[in-house]
Design a protein around this ligand. Structure first.
Ligand SMILES: C[S@@+](CC[C@H](N)C(=O)[O-])C[C@H]1O[C@@H](n2cnc3c(N)ncnc32)[C@H](O)[C@@H]1O
Length: 931
């Protein structure tokens, strides 16, 4: 269940009148509201799992101890729950007591408590979210109203579409979205004194529409008509008094088609429920992001849970420009002239988000700039001064029309809230209505639009005035605004789509952006288009850009395609936030790893690399240069090479059967071959690929050396298998495969003799493992083409591959396949920089490798997947790896590295030196030097 669904269930529960409060049922209904399965509740109900020692109590192990009680005894009951031995024994996190009139609860790990009237329980949703395994972000915890509002509007939206099927189609979808935007505005306005009197809109609907809901659309239509009529025309408009009390709003919001969909009785109830919320507390950055999902069938299930959280937005905005503004404010102190200059500078700053969704980056940027400006005005003794920061300087492009509308509305709401906060309610109200008719969020495809046209580097004002806020022209090239000589900061979280996931249209978008510059664009992620367009934009204006992005554009093969183009446009990486896990409200956060990358043509002399450690602490490193792998170091593209750069053994692919399955056997087939069909046992070999090695699956293969083929053909069963291979290969339309039909006893591609030991490296491995699961196999094992092998190689090679250093190198230069490391020998192993190893070092590393293997052995028959489960990695194995890292890292720098950034810095430094030496060698030879 997601947070919105939980909120809905909790609201339904709390809406029951206290007269019908079912004390026995409440604990189970409460647990069900938080997503507990029916079977879990059934077991608790039957008493099997309920170890509560408090009367009326239900105890769910590791979660909650909840009890209902007689009227007026909630406090005592909570104390009993707190003191209960069963609470402690079952490690309950929450205790909750209620009598159906009031409720009290405590979160035991932090002693945080709540106490409220029973119907207000849903307002404390954030407090309880951990019950559903949702890691709550602070802003939702502080302000669950956004979740509640989304839930209620969602119910209303779905109900209205059911009542008005004609509005569900593409033709009327825009009308429906406009209608919802108008409603949101009305709910906000009635709670913030923008309309006369608290709750005017909801109250009018409640009083003047029939309970049967028959005339709801007419009453609402009349109110909207009033809000679209200027005071001078009011008399001629012949308004009923209840409509006439609404102010003139327009600004495009209530013009155009003001038709209202029909309301059923249920829809009317949902409308009144939504209106009863405290919309004053709405947080436009969060709410906007969530609400956009309401109108999106594909996303409605997730209800906006995938938006960018405020802390992540600030990872972009702070280093991009807000930190700098704050530093200038602090440096100005009370110097009025300096403060004035800063204010003037800020008034000419444009913030441009070319994939703005519902405008959360723009809203946050606006709010933070207003805070800085308010401080300046305070220090200059002008606390009531009207803001100099034009809302129209916060520009966006968004593909979908509803979020684009919500973005504009969110900015309008943010402006009003800031005016109230910094200048006072009276001033804010005096200037709020009517809304401005300027348009500054463009609905369209950012990769097809001309950004310079939408956000021109110079200009003096918005030229296009739109009559209807919703009828935005797609390409507003005539739009212009007040920032002559100002700076532009491009920001956002554009969509990520790997090349496999892109639609034909998105591929065509990328082609249109890149085709003139590179033919390799097909491997790029969709987000790369935004970086390149930003770099092109930056050619003709004072611009700095930072986007949240999938980290794949800074890893593996994409680096060599994208970044040389950006660097060639004279841009540098100005700051970076290295890979971090995506975190937002979703209970199951998509396994996305992202990075923040800033670029500009005028980078600061010291640049910052931020990195978030696994425990959430933030480290900042100041460096002179950041390369495309987000590592301090020279601009390099690590390129695949045929032989190892370092003095290590060579690694090759495993063996590819190309046999139509006739040479591969499961365990039973293999046993039968030997026992029933008389196949000599040495022709049947253990066969290992990634899956077999990691998950401990057993497979066998038929392996016949050329010298033994006559022997093999004498066995009838083998002969039949070979015939199968022969036929399959002969039928191929590839000439090379047809040739292989002459040697049907043999794998198609053979990379080992079959008599050597093998160090096996899986081609893919889950990124959650802390080490690459490399293995050592005795002579006789055959490595499949789904793994790599080092044959008869000394064991110290295994120590290198098993190290943290190698893992971070592979993650960086090979990249990932979804959430798995993708190993490549030419790109990952052959490029891995290793200092020259002395015999003593090799001996030390060999010992480390042996210790790792012995530590695994101690847990036989645990599989590699079991042993390297990050939650359950055995201590002795962890210690063996730590020792290996210690020994290897001392070889590199004489001590342990502090973190991965430092590891990569050293590796890239060494790589640069070693490749330079490698290039110099043939030249020396050409000059007659010794090889
Ligand atoms: C990851 S969301 C970020 C939006 C917003 N900042 C947030 O956090 O919710 C990416 C946004 O880009 C929009 N988008 C996708 N393709 C686009 C395109 N070609 N042009 C403009 N916007 C696009 C999507 O509709 C979505 O709103």
């Amino acid at each position: 269940m997601n947070a919105v669904e939980i909120e809905q269930a909790l609201s339904d529960l709390a809406e029951q009148p206290s007269s019908t409060f079912d004390a026995a049922e409440f604990p189970f209904a409460f647990l069900a509201a938080f997503g507990n399965k029916e079977t879990t509740i059934k077991r608790l109900r039957a008493g099997n799992n309920n170890t509560s020692d408090v009367p009326g109590g239900v105890l769910q192990r590791g979660n909650i101890h909840v009890a209902t009680c007689g009227h007026g005894t909630v406090g005592e009951t909570l104390t009993a729950l707190r003191n209960s031995a069963a609470t402690a024994k079952a490690k309950a996190k929450y205790i909750l007591a209620t009598d159906g009139h009031t409720a009290e609860a405590e979160y035991l790990p932090t002693f945080e408590t709540i106490a409220c009237d029973y119907p207000k329980l849903p307002e404390h949703l954030g407090f309880f979210l951990a019950l559903a395994g949702i890691s709550t972000i602070q802003e939702i915890k502080d302000n669950p109203i956004d979740v509640r509002a989304t839930g209620r509007l969602n119910k209303l939206y779905v109900e209205l579409l059911r009542d008005n099927p004609g509005w569900a189609g593409d033709a009327r979808r825009a009308d429906m979205n406009h209608f919802m935007a108008r409603l949101i505005f009305c709910f906000f306005a009635e709670d913030t004194d923008i309309f006369n009197g608290e709750g005017l809109f909801t109250r009018t609907i409640s009083q003047f529409t029939e309970a049967s809901s028959a005339n709801t659309h007419e009453v609402m239509g009349e109110i909207f008509r009033a809000m679209n009529t200027q005071p001078a025309q009011r008399a001629a408009g012949n308004f009923r008094p209840w409509a006439d009390q609404f102010p003139y709003v327009n600004g495009g919001l209530f013009s155009g088609n003001t038709e209202v969909p029909r309301f059923s009785r249920i829809a009317r109830t949902y409308l009144l429920h939504a209106g009863s919320l405290q919309w004053r507390q709405i947080n436009p950055d969060i709410f906007g992001s969530m609400i956009q999902a309401v109108a999106d069938e594909g996303e409605r299930g997730a209800l906006g849970m995938h938006y960018t959280s405020v802390p992540n937005i600030l990872k972009v905005l702070n280093p991009l420009f807000l930190d700098d503004l704050r530093a200038h404010r602090d440096a100005a102190g009370d110097n009025k002239a300096k403060l004035l200059n800063l204010r003037k500078r800020m008034a000419r700053i444009r913030v441009f988000d070319p994939a703005c969704g519902s405008g959360n980056f723009l809203v946050i940027a606006y709010k933070h700039m207003r805070a800085i400006e308010a401080e300046i005005n305070q220090r200059r003794g002008e606390p009531d001064r009207r803001s100099d920061i034009p809302l129209t300087n916060f520009r966006g492009i968004e593909l979908r029309s509803f979020p684009a509308e919500i973005a504009r509305l969110a900015l309008i709401i943010a402006e009003y809230q800031c005016d109230v906060q910094y200048r006072g309610q009276k001033e804010a109200l005096a200037e709020f209505l009517p809304l401005d008719a300027q348009n500054w969020i463009v609905c369209g495809n950012a990769l097809r639009l001309d950004w310079l046209g939408i956000c021109p580097p110079t200009g003096t004002g918005v030229k296009v005035m739109s009559d209807d806020l919703f009828e935005t022209p797609l390409d507003q090239t005539e739009m212009d605004f007040e920032n002559e000589g100002g700076e532009t900061f491009i920001c956002g979280n554009p969509p990520y789509k790997g090349s496999q996931g892109q639609t034909d249209e998105q591929k065509a978008d990328l082609k249109s952006v890149f085709d003139a510059y590179t033919k390799n664009w097909k491997s790029l992620d969709y987000v790369a288009g935004w970086f390149f367009k930003a770099a092109q934009y930056g050619q003709s204006s004072t611009t700095a850009t930072a986007f949240v992005s999938t980290n794949s554009i800074c890893q593996g093969r994409q680096v060599a395609t994208l970044w040389p183009l950006i660097l060639a446009s004279d841009h540098k990486i100005t700051f970076a936030h290295t890979s971090f896990k995506w975190a937002n409200l979703a209970s199951h956060n998509a396994g996305v790893t992202v990075a923040v990358v800033g670029i500009s043509r005028s980078p600061p002399t010291t640049r910052k690399i931020f990195s978030t450690a696994d425990d959430g602490t933030l480290a900042v490193k100041e460096v002179a240069h950041i390369n495309a792998y987000l590592v301090p170091g020279a601009d390099v593209s690590v390129e695949a090479q045929a032989q190892p750069l370092a003095d290590v053994n060579s690694m090759s692919f495993g063996n590819m059967a190309n046999d139509g399955g006739h040479l591969i056997l499961d365990l039973q087939e293999a046993n039968e071959a030997i026992d029933r069909h008389g196949v000599p046992a040495h022709f049947i070999r253990p066969f290992l690929g990634s899956e077999e090695f990691i998950r401990g699956k057993e497979r066998r293969c038929i392996w016949v050396a050329d010298a033994e083929r006559a022997d093999a053909f004498r066995n009838t069963w083998l002969n039949q298998r070979f015939e199968g291979v022969r036929r399959q290969r002969a039928a191929s339309n590839r000439e090379t495969t047809q040739t292989l039909a002459h040697q049907p006893y043999r794998f198609g591609e053979v990379r080992q003799s079959g008599g050597e030991t093998a160090i096996i490296v899986p081609s893919v491995s889950s990124e959650s493992r802390e080490y690459l699961p490399v293995g050592f196999e005795p002579a006789g094992t055959i490595v499949s083409n789904l793994a790599f092998g080092l044959y008869d190689a000394p064991l110290w090679n295994l120590a290198l591959i098993a190290s943290r250093l190698h893992l971070v190198w592979i993650a960086t230069v090979c990249g990932k396949l979804k959430t798995d490391f993708r190993y490549s020998n030419p790109l990952g192993w052959n490029t891995f920089p290793v200092p020259l190893l002395t015999e003593q070092m090799k001996a030390d590393l060999t010992e480390c490798a042996q210790n790792i293997l012995l530590a695994r052995e101690a847990h036989f028959p645990a599989t590699i997947a079991d042993l390297y489960d990050p939650e359950a990695m055995p201590d002795n194995l962890r210690a063996a790896h730590a020792r290996n890292d210690e020994v290897l890292e001392r070889i590199y720098i004489g001590r342990r590295f502090k973190n991965d950034t430092e590891r990569l810095e050293k590796l890239f430094d060494l790589y640069t030196k070693m490749t330079a030496e490698q290039k110099a060698k043939p030249k020396a030879r050409a000059k007659g030097g010794k090889p």
